[in-house]
Design a protein around this ligand. Structure first.
Ligand code: GLC
Ligand code: MG
Length: 546
């Protein structure tokens, strides 16, 4: 191996880190985790019943997608009451039981907060739309029609079509970045801020450990509502929103102040985490740590989802991200979520194991998406069973295939529900389920569990510094190599992104011992000078004789 391409980041030695830095987050899409009442839709009691599994797997925190009262136009991302549980998911008492059972198992609970828009059915909106004189008129974004009587400007909805809907009662348009059933709140209004801060406090007082904040970069729009510029590179296969660069409708400088306000609310309750959902390029993303780190603790980093799955591209991405982080800003990594095609579908089964090793050995907080640990792939959903409103508006963009039920055992509906599941399961659910995979030493579930346990056992992995390693160019095209370092221990990670075997020179820092391989049977082997990497193999090397 040759010289490092980036020096270890100072200060990442392990002392003074908090749970959301050293820990791992597991995302649960509650409709699809476990149904407890036979209605075919997962619920809070179902999640509580599966907490032992999550403790066994070895994650530290669960983030639960929205379960607030909602007409479910966007499956809970349209909130009609920020302080109530939708009956579909259970009751507030069920939630209190969930959180106390989670805490008993040392699992943190992170809620999904959806402050950018409410449901059209929220009483705030009902009041707002009633008249131009309504006390809550300014809680939402109302504008007069444009000069031609059409929408006030050219902003588009992320789910297709215009982002403005005309309301008959007053002749004005209201703005919705997503569905017409999801009107955007006006965060420039201090009353809105206060009401939303109260909603945060409601859940913080119930013991939640943090929030993942939905579309946080959308919260403030341009004060002058200027038209977005055309995107000359728009391709017809892209979603319609990409016709314009979203310059004025989101990512406005004033948003950092709003985030700092939320962060301040959380800080009053101690070590709670604020994660922000942000789809922006790295140089914009890192600004969301805020001036003096007053912003999001973890601005979600979706770059692994957006970068081509090639060793060189991923290596360049990691180096670029590490270099762009502000002083003290904690990194994080995500492979998938309820809005993105499954990792196993994107890169295939063999590389999904490399992806798991990558996610759990990079520096920063990893977020796992439920079902990825059993290798759930793209589940085809026949048109008559389609659920996602985006897919109905813009065919081809539906998110149902990544939202299918968790598979637990070889039983009807893989143990997910005693009723009819709201979305289909995989064709191989009788084999691809937790029960079948947990005792199989070669399964992806076993690999995830071993990675999680190794991460707990080695501070080098959970909080250590990161440095990329240079490889000869033919190798670098296919193999990504890096080290993690803490407390005098160095671990070396080698990931083969190709389906070809390679001999990797190890002319520095050895001898080594294989701590874990994506290919079973090699752990414990000693290596010196040279390591044979099998096709699609990833290994973690450590000091011998531990
Ligand atoms: C976020 C959510 C997505 C939702 C959208 C609107 O991107 O992750 O599921 O549809 O916001 O709330
Ligand atoms: Mg149910």
């Amino acid at each position: 191996m040759e010289a490092p391409i980036k020096a270890p980041t100072p200060g990442a030695g392990g002392c003074g880190t908090v749970w959301w830095q050293s820990g791992t987050v597991y995302q649960i899409y509650p409709r699809s985790f476990q149904d407890s009442d036979g209605d075919g839709v997962g619920d809070l009691r179902g999640i509580t019943a599966r907490l032992d599994y999550l403790a066994w797997l070895g994650v530290d925190a669960v983030w639960i997608s929205p379960f607030y009262r909602s007409p479910m136009a966007d499956f809970g991302y349209d909130v009609a009451d920020y302080c109530a549980v939708d009956p579909l998911f259970g009751t507030l008492a069920d939630f209190d039981a969930l959180i106390s059972e989670a805490h008993r198992r040392k699992l943190k609970v992170i809620l999904d907060f959806v402050p950018n828009h409410s449901s059209i059915a929220h009483p705030w909106f009902t009041e707002s739309r009633a008249s131009r004189m309504s006390a809550k008129r300014d809680w939402y974004i109302w504008r007069d029609p444009g000069p031609d009587g059409g929408p006030p400007n050219n902003w588009l909805s992320n789910f297709g079509g215009p982002a403005w809907t005309r309301d008959e009662a007053t002749g004005q348009y209201y703005y919705h970045a997503f569905l017409p059933e999801q009107p955007d709140l006006n965060w420039r209004n201090p009353e809105v801020r206060a009401a939303m801060h109260d909603a945060l406090r409601f859940w913080l007082a119930r013991g939640v450990d943090g929030f993942r904040v939905d579309v946080i970069w959308h919260l403030i729009k341009d004060e002058g509502f200027r038209d977005n510029p055309q995107n000359p590179d728009f391709q017809p296969h892209q979603a319609g929103i990409n016709r314009f660069h979203q310059v004025y409708s989101c990512d406005r400088p004033e948003v950092l102040d709003i985030i700092a306000g939320m962060r301040a609310v959380l800080r009053a309750y101690g070590e709670r985490v604020l994660i922000g959902e942000i789809y922006l390029p790295i140089e914009r993303l890192v600004t969301y740590y805020g001036p003096g780190l007053t912003g999001a603790d973890l601005p979600f980093n979706f770059q692994l989802i957006q970068t081509p799955w090639r060793a060189e591209a991923v290596a360049a991405l990691v180096a670029e991200y590490e270099a762009a982080l502000p002083e003290g800003g904690w990194p994080n990594w995500v492979l998938g979520n309820h809005d993105q095609p499954r990792i196993a579908a994107r890169v295939g089964e063999a590389q999904a194991r490399i992806a798991a090793m990558l996610l759990l050995t990079l520096r920063g907080t990893p977020t796992l998406y439920y079902g990825d640990e059993i290798g759930l792939g793209h589940v085809p959903v026949p048109p008559e069973r389609a659920q996602d409103p985006w897919g109905r508006n813009e065919p081809g963009h539906g998110r149902d295939p990544e939202r299918t039920p968790m598979q637990w055992e070889d039983a009807p509906n893989a143990g997910f529900t005693a009723g009819t599941p709201w979305l289909p399961l995989t064709g191989d659910a009788n084999r691809r389920n937790v029960d079948e995979l947990r005792d199989d030493s070669r399964s992806i579930l076993t690999l995830y569990r071993r990675l999680l346990s190794l991460r707990r056992d080695h501070s080098a992995l959970s909080v250590g510094a990161w440095r990329g390693l240079a490889l000869p160019s033919d190798l670098a095209a296919e193999v990504f190599a890096y080290e993690r370092i803490a407390d005098g221990e160095t671990l070396r990670i080698l990931l083969n992104f190709s389906n070809q075997g390679w001999s990797v020179p190890l002319d520095e820092g050895g001898p080594w011992q294989i701590l874990l391989s994506t290919h079973s049977g090699r752990a414990g082997d000693r290596v010196e000078r040279q390591l044979r990497l099998e096709p699609d193999e990833g290994v973690i090397l450590g000091p011998p004789g531990r």
